[in-house]
Write a protein of this length. Structure first.
Length: 197
């Protein structure tokens, strides 16, 4: 029989580990992303966001928070945010007819990103081939990129202009994804506090 005290201990261990991991995050790198987003908003430029699996839901969540969500909560703080995971027809057509590794890069190419725009990717491992490919595509178009990663950071950490890295043992998806979303919420709140007049 499982005792409540055992369950409480396991839950506490998880949250303690998460707090310890959070303390290692570079706030400077998060600030760099926030400053870029403020400039992008002021210029009316776009942000493209991508991720796989749990990171896909984080990408969509973040795009919604800084875009549509900002309209209600703080008018003037919204950003034109495009989630590259949201168009299932485009994603599945590319995966089926071309290559799954191109599901994000092909969409980015179709949007013809302009100088001053930004790509943000979420990846626990930093090694997903479709994430690596879209980072390279961003470089081809001359736009900046930010990789928000976990574990050891993978190739994405080296290919981006801004790296926000949650260093964890390999496979710590829960803590990585929790903290990725916390970072998104912190940035969204900071954007709202600095809404345009």
């Amino acid at each position: 029989m499982v005792l409540a005290s055992e369950i409480n201990k396991e839950l506490k261990e998880y949250f303690v580990k998460e707090i310890e991991t959070f303390r290692k995050i570079s706030l400077d790198s998060i600030s760099l992303l926030l400053l870029d987003l403020l400039q992008i908003r002021n210029l009316g430029h776009r942000v493209f966001i991508a991720g796989n699996g749990g990171s896909a839901s984080t990408a969509e969540h973040f795009a919604t928070d800084i875009g549509v969500g900002a309209l209600n909560k703080s008018p003037g703080s919204q950003i034109i945010a495009i989630s590259l995971v949201s168009n299932m027809a485009a994603v599945t057509a590319t995966a089926n007819d071309i290559d799954f590794e191109d599901i994000f890069s092909n969409q980015l190419r179709l949007y013809q990103p302009q100088s001053g725009e930004l790509l943000i990717v979420f990846s626990a491992s930093g090694n997903s081939p479709n994430i690596i490919r879209v980072l390279r595509e961003a470089r081809e178009w001359g736009i900046k990129s930010c990789a928000i990663t976990g574990f050891q950071g993978g190739s994405a950490k080296e290919l981006c202009d801004i790296s926000i890295h949650i260093e964890t043992p390999e496979g710590e998806y829960g803590i990585v994804e929790d903290l990725h979303l916390a970072i998104c919420h912190a940035i969204s709140e900071a954007l709202r506090k600095r809404s345009r007049d």
